[in-house]
Design a protein around this ligand. Structure first.
Ligand SMILES: Nc1nc2c(ncn2[C@@H]2O[C@H](COP(=O)(O)OP(=O)(O)O)[C@@H](O)[C@H]2O)c(=O)[nH]1
Ligand SMILES: [Mg+2]
Length: 440
C-alpha cells in the first residue's frame, strides 16, 4: 500500500454559516501545524483545549476548542487535529487557508476514511457503513448502517472466506500428495459439504439482499389503475405536494412520475403511472408501456379504482393493495367493507392506506436475519463468488481434478476478499470512497 506522506485538511461539518465549524487535519505534519498556527506550541493529547488559531502572519482568526489525537490511536491512524471554531464563512475560509499554508492540502472526498481503511482501522464494508450512516434518510437505513458499522457484514464474508481457505488447504494437499489412496474420500467429501453450505449461504444472502438493498435505496411502490381513477391525486396527497398533474381528462399522466419520501421509517419511491387502457395515442401508449414496466419492477403495487365502478380483481397479485377511491361520490351504504376506501382529493382514509403500506413493507423485512448485503457492489461480488462456487462443485462432481476445483475456490475467495477490501484493486477503492463527502 502506498505510503502517504502528506497531510490533509477539510471542513468536517456542514457548510457555513453554522454555530460551529469543525476542521479536521490528519497526517504527519499535524504537530508542526499546531506549533505554527495555534497559540499553544503543543496540545495535550485527547484533551479539549481552548486555543487561538492564527494566520501565517500571526493575526488572530478565531478561538476554538482543539483536540489533538496522536496516531495510531485516531480515526485515520495518523496524528489528527480537530478544531471547533465559530461557523462563519470567513473564519472557515481563513482557517483552512492558514492550515494549508502551514503544510496541508485539501482532502478529497472520503479521504479520511480511506486512510482509516489503509491503516487497517476498518474494512471496506465498515467504511461503506460510515457513508451510509451519514446518508441515511430513514430509521431503517440508519439501523442497517449501524449493524454494518459493527462489522456484521465483515464477519459474514470472513466466515465464508475461512471455509473456502479450509477447502483450498485440503485440495492443495491432495494435489501435492496425489498418490495417497484415500485422498478422494478424505478431501472430496468435506470439500463437497463445505461448498454446498457456502452455495446455500450465498444464495440466501442474495435473496435477503433484495430487501436490504431496498431498505438502503428505497422500496418501489407503483400506483396503478384505469385513467381518471385518482392515481395522481393520491400521489400528491401522500407526498404532500403537487408532484403530478391532476385533471379530469383521462390520459393526463403519460410518463411515470416518481417521488421519494419516507413512510413509517422506510424510504420509498412512489410512482404515479399512466392509466392502463387501450389507446391509439402513441404518447399515451408509451406511457402505458412504462406503467406496466413500473408495475413489474415494483416491490408493492397499489391498485386504485373509482368506487362507482367495478374493479377487475384478476390483475391483482398476492401482496398487492387495492383501494377504492372517490368514496365521497358513493352512498355510504354502497361503500365496500372489504376493500380500503379513500377520498384521495381530501385525504380521507389515506392514513389507513399508509398504515397498510407500512405493514406490507414490515412483512417484507421481518424475516431478515442480520447481517445483510446492502449495495449493488456486494450483490455483484456475491453473484460472481456463487458462480465460482458452482463451477467448483461441478468440477468436483465430474472429478475433473483438484487443480480445477482449487482454482475456482480461489477465485470465489478472491471475490469475497474484494468486498471487504482485503484484496483491493485500486479501482474498487476509488469507486467506494469517491461517493463520500469531503471531510469524512
Ligand atoms: N370526488 C372526487 N374526485 C376525485 C377524487 N380523487 C380524484 N378526483 C378527481 O378525479 C379526476 C382524475 O384525477 P387524477 O388524479 O388525475 O386521476 P388519474 O388519471 O388516475 O391520475 C380529477 O378531476 C380529480 O380531481 C376523490 O377522491 N373524490
Ligand atoms: Mg394521472
Amino acid at each position: 500500500m502506498a505510503l502517504r506522506r502528506d497531510t490533509i485538511c477539510a471542513l468536517a461539518s456542514g457548510p457555513p454559516p453554522s454555530a460551529i465549524s469543525v476542521l479536521r487535519v490528519s497526517g504527519p505534519h499535524v504537530a508542526d501545524i499546531i506549533a505554527a498556527r495555534c497559540s499553544l506550541q503543543t496540545l495535550k493529547p485527547r484533551h479539549a483545549t481552548l486555543v487561538d488559531l492564527l494566520d501565517e502572519k500571526g493575526t488572530l482568526i478565531d478561538s476554538g476548542l482543539a483536540v489533538f489525537m496522536p496516531g495510531p490511536a485516531s480515526y485515520t491512524g495518523e496524528d489528527t487535529l480537530e478544531i471547533s471554531l465559530h461557523g462563519g464563512r470567513v473564519i472557515t475560509e481563513l482557517a483552512l487557508r492558514s492550515i494549508m499554508s502551514a503544510g496541508a492540502r485539501l482532502a478529497e472526498p472520503g479521504e479520511f476514511t480511506r486512510r482509516a481503511f489503509e491503516a487497517g482501522k476498518l474494512d471496506l464494508t465498515r467504511a461503506e457503513a460510515v457513508a451510509d450512516l451519514i446518508d441515511a434518510e430513514s430509521e431503517a437505513q440508519h439501523q442497517q448502517a449501524l449493524k454494518q458499522m459493527d462489522g456484521a457484514l465483515e464477519r459474514l464474508y470472513a466466515g465464508w472466506r475461512d471455509d473456502l481457505t479450509t477447502c483450498l488447504a485440503l485440495l492443495e494437499a491432495s494435489i501435492d500428495f496425489p498418490d495417497e489412496e484415500d485422498a478422494p474420500d478424505r478431501v472430496d467429501a468435506p470439500v463437497r459439504e463445505t461448498l454446498l453450505r457456502i452455495d446455500q449461504a450465498l444464495k440466501d444472502a442474495l435473496v435477503q439482499g433484495n430487501i436490504t438493498e431496498r431498505i438502503r435505496d428505497g422500496f418501489k411502490i407503483a400506483i396503478l389503475g384505469k385513467p381518471n381513477a385518482g392515481k395522481s391525486t393520491l400521489l400528491n396527497q401522500i407526498s404532500k405536494r403537487e408532484a403530478a398533474i391532476v385533471t379530469d381528462i383521462p390520459g393526463t399522466t403519460r410518463d411515470v412520475v416518481e417521488v421519494r419520501l419516507t413512510i413509517g421509517g422506510y424510504l420509498v419511491w412512489l410512482s404515479d403511472t399512466a392509466g392502463l387502457r387501450e389507446t391509439t395515442d402513441i404518447v399515451e401508449a408509451e406511457g402505458v408501456r412504462r406503467a406496466m414496466k413500473a408495475a413489474d419492477e415494483a416491490d408493492l403495487r397499489l391498485w386504485v379504482y373509482d368506487a362507482r365502478e367495478d374493479f377487475d380483481m384478476s390483475v391483482v397479485q398476492p401482496g398487492d393493495i387495492v383501494v377504492a377511491n372517490k368514496s365521497d361520490l358513493v352512498a355510504p351504504k354502497d361503500v365496500s367493507r372489504e376493500t380500503l376506501t379513500i377520498v384521495a382529493k381530501t385525504g380521507e382514509g389515506v392514513a389507513n392506506l399508509e398504515a397498510d403500506i407500512i405493514s406490507h413493507i414490515s412483512k417484507m423485512t421481518q424475516n431478515l436475519s442480520a447481517p445483510m448485503i446492502t449495495r449493488a457492489r456486494h450483490r455483484q461480488g456475491i453473484e460472481r463468488a456463487l458462480e465460482y462456487v458452482s463451477a467448483a462443485r461441478d468440477h468436483l462432481k465430474l472429478q475433473s481434478g483438484s487443480e480445477f476445483v482449487a482454482e475456482d475456490v480461489r477465485q470465489a475467495s478472491r471475490e469475497l476478499g474484494m468486498l471487504t477490501g482485503h484484496i483491493d484493486p485500486d479501482t474498487v477503492l476509488g469507486a467506494v470512497f469517491s461517493s463520500f463527502c469531503i471531510g469524512k
